[in-house]
Write a protein that binds this ligand. Structure first.
Ligand SMILES: CC(C)(COP(=O)(O)OP(=O)(O)OC[C@H]1O[C@@H](n2cnc3c(N)ncnc32)[C@H](O)[C@@H]1OP(=O)(O)O)[C@@H](O)C(=O)NCCC(=O)NCCS
Length: 174
């Protein structure tokens, strides 16, 4: 990040009044639409997950208690976390996985994600989780900066490869 970016971020900073709460069924559509603005194919072209309505619906169906919404004073959804827990065979450790985290661009740099994350972290501790996991693309510097600030460390590089099978498709098929 360069000095101009830093200055812009400093100027925007003003802590926001925000209510962090569990998501309800009425939040599914607003969360989905907010995610559509944040997780575009351009912003995460190679991520193995893609943002679609099933990401929200499935996370809510499986783990509603780990799906959090951040609400503005005007009761608008301005951020969210979708998470889950993972238990591995032959391991006594329980893991928490933060699947998606997003804050409306208008409200970024005002501590909204920090508040969401702290709430999520406390939930995970209560749940007996011993380690939290997150992943993001290597060029998502705001997310990496955020996660580092929250105490995540030792980023490991994953390599994604792709094999284009398009030329082997029968011709004329869309
Ligand atoms: C990453 C994201 C959630 C951060 O949300 P936010 O509400 O702006 O974060 P906060 O204001 O709580 O920031 C807390 C800390 O994170 C770090 N941080 C946040 N934005 C940053 C940026 N653009 N660059 C570097 N560090 C950043 C800073 O250390 C900041 O602490 P500071 O305020 O003392 O400087 C937000 O940028 C976002 O929604 N990005 C798009 C979606 C995404 O990439 N999600 C993560 C992968 S699922």
């Amino acid at each position: 990040m360069n000095t101009n970016d830093n200055n812009d971020r400093e100027k925007k900073k003003k802590k926001e009044q925000v209510n962090i709460r569990e998501m309800t069924i009425d939040d599914l559509a607003p969360v989905f639409h907010l995610g559509e603005k944040l997780f575009t194919p351009e912003s995460s072209p190679n991520l193995y997950r893609t943002w679609d309505e099933y990401e929200v619906v499935d996370a809510f169906r499986d783990n509603a208690e780990f799906c959090l919404a951040a609400e503005s004073e005007e009761e608008e959804i301005i951020g969210f976390i979708l998470g889950t827990t993972i238990e591995k065979r032959r391991s006594s450790w329980k893991y928490g996985y933060l699947i998606w985290l997003g804050v409306d661009e208008k409200y970024q740099d005002k501590g909204v994600a920090s508040r969401l994350f702290n709430h999520f972290r406390n939930l995970m501790i209560t749940e007996g989780v011993r380690m939290l996991l997150v992943d993001t693309e290597a060029n998502n510097l705001s997310a990496i900066g955020f996660f580092e600030k929250m105490g995540f460390e030792k980023p490991k590089k994953h390599v994604y490869l792709s094999l284009n099978l398009d030329s082997e498709r029968p011709s004329g098929k869309e």
